[in-house]
Structure formats: structure tokens, C-alpha cells
Design a protein around this ligand. Structure first.
Ligand code: SAH
Ligand code: SF4
Length: 340
């Protein structure tokens, strides 16, 4: 079966002609993918019955089905989807008055293994296909139209680069969901070559860099990838990126009470933010079992934030959405796998 949800409209037409069908059959099928009632090819209106039956017999149309879901009192919906090979991925819908942001995964697990993150505790199992990435957005879109997409679920997006770029292109198709490029944010723990590439391939997408510490000694302890690409190598890639795009980038900084919140750390963070005119997102650590990290008190976060601002950094403290559910990246999947 082709990766239906990972196809552009043009590719769907080419697929049809490659089978000796008229191109418009490919277009009919492709348009049918975005309808909330479509679960198999035979549900798509206008297609010949025998074609629908033949394609449905060859495999499942939908790349994922719901396994479990939690809805928070604040409206945040965390969904655990099951892929055709039984693997589980998480995606989260976060509604506010004006927006509906969906946070999606790009890999099953993650190879980076940051010490505070549930997704990386057992390494990476596999990359998601473009269709599996797109479908997470579509799943939440059917509940309420999606306005923004953030690649901040499980996995390192820049280690699954081609499928991430493809997913953005499919989601941006005007004939499908038509999401503007500026509505996407790709978050990375820091892969220099791919940061440069992203600036060339998709200059309108926002880049978020998971900094978490502005000195190599601290950062290597919490983000193991820092040993492979030390901070300055990543920052130089970001300089090159900044030279080709004119989007403000974001620095993410998980506040770990005992690890990265001294005055020294605040100074380092402010200095990198000034270098890139970047906006800083302070994220109070969301407790994950089996990590030694401690959640800072609101006072500690406010004090750290004020210090960074005094030194010229612009910060937002990320409010905790979905506090009453397993909201941290990888938590729901981890709990379900442990109880299987
Ligand atoms: N792998 C990419 C994108 C997914 S992680 C990256 O690291 O950027 C997205 C964000 O969630 C990262 O900034 C990460 O640091 C943060 N995060 C992961 N686990 C967390 C936790 N337990 N508490 C708070 N933030 C967490
Ligand atoms: Fe991977 Fe990002 Fe989690 Fe680090 S924070 S383990 S890079 S998903």
C-alpha cells in the first residue's frame, strides 16, 4: 500500500496514472483522505466500487487507530495512536480561545536520551512515515480545525528529516488542510547539518532549539547529543540558519531545579538569546518517573526568569497544560507499555 497520507496531490495523480487509471481517480482518492468519515477507500464518494474493494483488500487506509485517550479539565486532549505494526505514538491537541495547536511525534521513542524525558528512556524503535506524522494532525483536526503544529512530541525531528519535511508539505497543500508554513514549529535538540538544511528547504517554518543549558559541561549531562555536537557547533549552524531566514527562533529551556538554574546558567542563557534575538520558552520540568530531576517551585522559575530578563532575554514561562493527565512528552505511552 502506498503511504496515502504522506502523498501530495500531484503524487496521488501520478500514482493513478502509473496503475493505468485516469489521473482524476488519484485526485478523488486524495481529496477523500481529508474527510472525517473516511476510514477505508470504499467510503470515498465517486470512486468505482471495484477499485475501492481492491485497494481496501490490499491493506488498511488509515495509518493509525486510537488506542487510548485522556482529556484534561483544561481541554487538552492526549491521544495514544496505534500504528499498523502495533507501535504506539502520542499526539496532543491543545485548544485555546483562538488556536488549536497539535503537538506531534516523529519517531517511536528517541535516540537522544535526554535525562529528563520519558520518550528517550528506551532508545528509538523506528522513524514514523510522512503519513503517520500527517495523520496525527488530521486526527485532532477532525475534533476542531487545527491552526498550529509543533513537532514537540516523541522523537528527534531532524533525525527523521525527509519525512518531517514531506509531512509539512502535505499538510500545507492548499487543497487539503492548507496550513501555512508559518504555523509549523520544528523543535530540535541540535543537529547542525539539518538545521542549515531546514533554513534552505523550509525558511518559513519556526525553529525551536532545545538549549536547556548554555555551557557544554551542564548541557552534556542532560542532553547526551551535546557530546557529539558541542554547543558552539550547533550555534554556528544557527548563525548560518539565521542568515537565510528572517523568522525569530525560539530557545526552549527545561527548568531542572538542581541542574541548570543558577545565576551562572541565567547569564549563559541570556547571552545566547541576545546573540540570536531569540525568544525563550522556560518549561518547568514535568516530573517523569525514573529520573533524578526535581521540579522547581514557581518562585524559583520566576526568579530565574526575572534574572534572564534583566540580562536582556525575552521569556515566556510555559503554563502547564494538561496537568491532570500524563502530559509530558512520552509519559502516556510509557505508562501504557508498562501496564501491557
Ligand atoms: N526532540 C525534540 C522535540 C521533542 S521534545 C527536542 O528535544 O527538541 C520537545 C520539548 O519537550 C523539548 O524542549 C524537551 O526538552 C521538552 N520536554 C521533554 N520532556 C520534558 C519534561 N519531562 N518536562 C518538561 N519538558 C520536557
Ligand atoms: Fe528526544 Fe527531545 Fe526527549 Fe531529548 S527531549 S529524549 S531529544 S524527544
Amino acid at each position: 500500500m502506498p503511504d496515502w497520507f504522506g502523498m501530495t496531490l500531484a503524487e496521488a495523480k501520478t500514482w493513478a496514472t502509473s496503475l493505468g487509471l485516469p489521473a482524476f481517480r488519484g485526485e478523488q482518492l486524495w481529496r477523500g483522505l481529508w474527510r472525517p468519515t473516511t476510514t477505508k477507500v470504499a467510503d470515498i464518494p465517486g470512486l468505482p466500487k471495484d477499485l475501492g474493494a481492491r485497494l481496501d483488500a490490499a491493506g488498511e487506509l488509515l495509518p493509525a487507530v486510537l488506542e487510548q485517550e485522556q482529556e484534561s479539565r483544561d481541554g487538552t486532549v492526549k491521544s495514544l495512536l496505534k500504528l499498523p505494526d502495533g507501535k504506539l505514538v502520542e499526539c496532543v491537541g491543545i485548544p485555546t480561545a483562538e488556536r488549536h495547536t497539535v503537538c506531534i511525534s516523529t519517531q517511536v521513542g528517541c535516540a537522544v536520551g535526554c535525562t529528563f524525558c520519558a520518550s528517550g528512556q528506551n532508545g528509538v524503535e523506528r522513524d514514523l512515515t510522512a503519513g503517520e506524522i500527517v495523520y496525527q494532525v488530521l486526527y485532532h483536526h477532525h475534533r476542531r480545525p487545527v491552526t498550529n503544529v509543533v513537532f514537540m512530541g516523541s522523537g528527534e525531528p531532524l533525525f527523521n528529516y525527509d519525512h518531517v519535511i514531506k509531512a509539512i508539505r502535505v499538510l500545507a497543500e492548499p487543497e487539503g488542510l492548507g496550513l501555512g508554513r508559518r504555523r509549523f514549529t520544528v523543535s530540535t535538540s541540535g543537529v547542525p547539518k539539518r538545521i542549515r538544511q531546514l533554513g534552505i528547504d523550509e525558511p518559513q517554518v519556526t525553529l525551536a532549539f532545545s538549549l536547556h543549558a548554555a555551557d557544554d559541561e551542564t548541557r552534556s549531562k542532560i542532553v547526551p547529543l551535546n557530546k557529539r555536537w558541542p554547543l558552539e557547533e550547533v550555534l554556528q549552524a544557527m548563525d548560518d540558519y539565521a542568515n537565510v531566514v528572517n523568522r525569530r527562533m525560539t530557545l526552549e529551556y527545561v527548568c531542572l531545579s538542581e541542574a541548570n538554574m543558577t545565576d551562572f546558567h541565567a547569564g549563559g542563557l541570556a547571552s545566547i538569546a541576545r546573540r540570536f534575538h531569540a525568544h525563550i520558552n522556560l518549561i518547568p520540568f514535568n516530573p517523569v518517573t525514573e529520573t533524578h530531576h526535581k521540579r522547581p517551585s514557581p518562585d524559583q522559575v520566576n526568579r530565574f526568569g526575572a534574572l534572564v530578563e534583566e540580562m536582556g532575554g525575552h521569556i515566556t514561562i510555559r503554563g502547564q497544560r494538561g496537568a491532570d493527565i500524563d502530559a509530558a512528552c512520552g509519559q502516556l505511552r510509557k505508562r501504557v507499555l508498562e501496564n501491557r
